[in-house]
Design a protein around this ligand. Sequence first.
Ligand code: FAD
Length: 535
Amino acid sequence: MKLLAPAPGWSAQADVIVVGSGIAGLTTALQVRTFGLSVLLVTKAKVDEGSTKWAQGGIAAALGDDDSPEAHEKDTLVAGAGLCDTEAVRALVTEGPDAVRMLIARGAKFDLEASGEMSLTREGGHLQNRIIHAGGDATGAEVERALIAAVNNDPEIELIEHALVLDALKDKSGAVCGVTLHVIGEGSRDGVGQARARAVVLATGGLGQVFAQTTNPSVSTGDGVALALRAGAAVADVEFIQFHPTVLWLGENSEGQQPLISEAVRGEGAYLVDDHGKRFMKDIHPLGELAPRDVVAIAIMNQMVATGSSHVWLDVRHLEGFEKRFPTIYASCIAHGINPLKDLIPVAPASHYASGGVRVDLNGRTSVKGLYACGETACSGVHGANRLASNSLLEGLVFSARIASDIAATMNEIAEPVANSSQEILLDPQVRHTLQVSMSRGAGVLRSSDSLVSTSSDLTRIGDRTSNVPCVEAWETTNLFQLAQAILKAALIRQETRGSHWRADFPETSDLWRKRIIQQLDPQGNWHTQYQEVK
Ligand SMILES: Cc1cc2nc3c(=O)[nH]c(=O)nc-3n(C[C@H](O)[C@H](O)[C@H](O)COP(=O)(O)OP(=O)(O)OC[C@H]3O[C@@H](n4cnc5c(N)ncnc54)[C@H](O)[C@@H]3O)c2cc1C
């Protein structure tokens, strides 16, 4: 399949095309350059737009004296609820510390203790203090700043902003040899063009915008995963959407990106309380407020269902120096009329992180030759059924280095693309809101056969609302639609509760379901499902 779009009117070329400028894309570009290859880095909006700059808590890595990659691995596997790929986790935790040191060498500055040691904090599911952070709760902003400065310093990385990648180009062997893209630009590179390369790396981030409320920015429409599907690549684990338990609740009708109250706030000792001020997590999990995210999100949803309330409360009033440790969160609360030093903070779960994505091997290769995926777009298997807090920035760092090495070791020639005669698709952008609301209602934190089937029926109606007017909004809406289809199919198939996938009608975890659901689309738009046992 392919998106309905005008024929390319201009062309560009580089050794490697990197799509996206978050931690995964920027680090891939810099790592590719260490092999002397040229890079075309294309990004949909301004260079710093993406989830990375919003990351608050930090980056997990076994850097402390009393920590080890083995301990980090153990915590990651527990959170992943039996679906992690152990080899990928081992790569993450053992290569993580050096990848962080490389980030520091590239200019990122992390918070230090008075002794000059790296300041390490804890988040849900971690049994050690191993989260490094910057500016208190502005880790992602510092990471983006440092990486963008490094990229800007390298004349062999050509950056194109406001460049929305549409679909993959393939050569006669079926390998990916470039992309089509739409640039809102000036001069010769304006409108739809084509860019060719030896390899294409998708680093387009998450897909939070599939849901009505999300912590993700507006660019997180899962374009890379949808592109990979249309290119015939396998996607996996897409049913495992992490809903962050503590997102600032802004009222019944608030939609789009919502402010996050980082897990690190609970790591520093904040309480979750019900309408009567009672702490409810103590009775639910031995780690209390620091239980894995899915456990906390489900406990909050249960509280909300039981009390008929649309949120619960976070109490930080007893935390000394809250406004200094969490300046971004403090400012965000104040901006919404809540003073965390005096008031309880209303919070509710919202879509936050896609643990699944484009299925890749240990070197970031997708199932289609020439196409790689990195960061939140990819399903490397490190997160399994549920991501451990602060492992995602680390994943972007570790796997981008692996991808760059693999590309350098297996250099293809830049090939000529062949015409893509597969079925075209484009939806009316007006359906976006209906789709998001339906997905939140039927495929959110709480799922059941009834809710999923009802949303599937909505999607069938939405799919009839086609358009023949290509534009950014229509392309994004079509991507959201195809992702929603994939999420719903997998969520219906998985008849169990595991990690961040919670089926009210199948509340137990089943050993029979210790397998990945892998989906592919064929050129005619038919879905194919396979299963992969997880050892
Ligand atoms: C509020 C918030 C807080 C978080 N806190 C943490 C944390 O403390 N620790 C942690 O580890 N993780 C955290 N996460 C998750 C983490 O930030 C993300 O998983 C990570 O930043 C993803 O990085 P990425 O490079 O894969 O994608 P992103 O940073 O999202 O970048 C994606 C890039 O792709 C571009 N793009 C998208 N579509 C296209 C297209 N069609 N064409 C061209 N470009 C495109 C975007 O514009 C963007 O530049 C948080 C996420 C959020 C939203």
